[in-house]
Design a protein around this ligand. Structure first.
Ligand SMILES: [Zn+2]
Length: 69
C-alpha cells in the first residue's frame, strides 16, 4: 500500500494522529478537551493526562460502565 503515491490529498492527514505499528494502531497525539486543541496530553500506559489542567482520559474504556458521577 505504501509504495504507491497518494492519489488524493486529504487521506494522508488522518495518519498524523496515529502511529501504525505492525497491525496495531495507537494514537500518537491527543489534545485536551478542556484546554482545547494545541494542548497535547502526556501519554501513559493506559491513559492520557493533561499536564496543564490535570484532565485524565483512559485509553481503555471499561465496557459497560458509564460516567460515574
Ligand atoms: Zn488540559
Amino acid at each position: 500500500m505504501a509504495d504507491k503515491k497518494a492519489s488524493g490529498k486529504g487521506e494522508v492527514a488522518i495518519y498524523k494522529f496515529y502511529n501504525v505499528q505492525g497491525d496495531k494502531v495507537t494514537r500518537s497525539k491527543r489534545d485536551c478537551p478542556r484546554c482545547g486543541k494545541g494542548t497535547f496530553m502526556a501519554e501513559h500506559k493506559n491513559r492520557f493526562t493533561c499536564g496543564k489542567c490535570g484532565f485524565t482520559e483512559f485509553t481503555h474504556i471499561e465496557g459497560a460502565k458509564k460516567a460515574r458521577k
